[in-house]
Design a protein around this ligand. Sequence first.
Ligand code: NAG
Length: 340
Amino acid sequence: MRLLTCFTTFALVGLLTAAPSLSDDDKLVITKEFYVQDFIKYKSDHDIVKLLVPLNSLNFDEDDSRSSESNEVDTDIIIFFVEADVQPDGSYIDKGLYVLKEGKAKKLLGNGRDAAASGDSSRKVFFAAKDGLYVYNPATNSAEKYGTITDSIVGIAKEKEGDVIYILTEGREVYKVSDNGEKKELLEDVVKAKKIVLDYESNLYFYSDDNVPYVRTGDGVKKIEGLPEVSGKVTLVKPPFFFEDGVPFVTGNQLYVIYSNGTSELTPIEFQSDTLPTAYAPEAGLIQYYAYDKKIYEYNILALLLGTVIEELGEFLNQKSTDINTIASKHESLKRKIKS
Ligand SMILES: *[C@@H]1O[C@H](CO)[C@@H](O)[C@H](O)[C@H]1NC(C)=O
């Protein structure tokens, strides 16, 4: 049976860029077989258009005193996702923002459109909705209004630490939000953005109508160079946690990494045209989630390394096994969660 996958894909994006470039033979083409039935965590009647794995204490508590001797280790990973019906013109009809916890999906906001989390020791997760911002309450497993903003928001990104949030409004303006959601400041140099993503150094990546990606750093806005002429769908992806100043970018079915210094790098990963995920969550690196055809799939990289993996994926991963194990050994809480 053909197994596993895509996670590979993305965890590997980071690993690969740290490694010498691979020859043509090492190209990994993502086919439908990568969407393995056994990996399905959730099935919907709608498209899944956003996915988030919070990298903070909600999921990964590095101070967790429960040691590996305990049999009671909580292996559940909480994820958030957004459902929509995608119209022929690419626009969305909102179908709700959900949390998936202990195998159960719960709708938190009927008009929720995106989610973002801090990457520190807090448990903060924020939601963008048609009528402003919300924050997750882990105790009650529900969403509560956050701050005073009432804009119709379609995208959100959160700095790793602190309270700065970036929002993308339906009018395609980007604002920096601070002071517990009370203060909002227009970023005038980010024009007509269609999608925003932050790296772990707080650089903001976006693209607008021409589908060309730009990065906004402390030095202003720069166009990303070295990419092919764009045709078709493009997307920016939240980076795996071990990325520093770069994010994945998909264009022409090819996966690139784009950097805050304006450069870009082609990875050996390519999608067949009908296998692009509808949402990506590679951020936890060793355990990754992708949405495809109204389903959410989970990819456990360590299991894939050890288990019976599809041949080309196994070979591909094994070239990277040292890097994968290094990442795993540095992140105990992550390893505990995905040991199985
Ligand atoms: C741009 O940044 C990347 C990632 O930090 C680095 O590998 C690359 O060498 C840099 N390129 C230039 C021209 O500075």
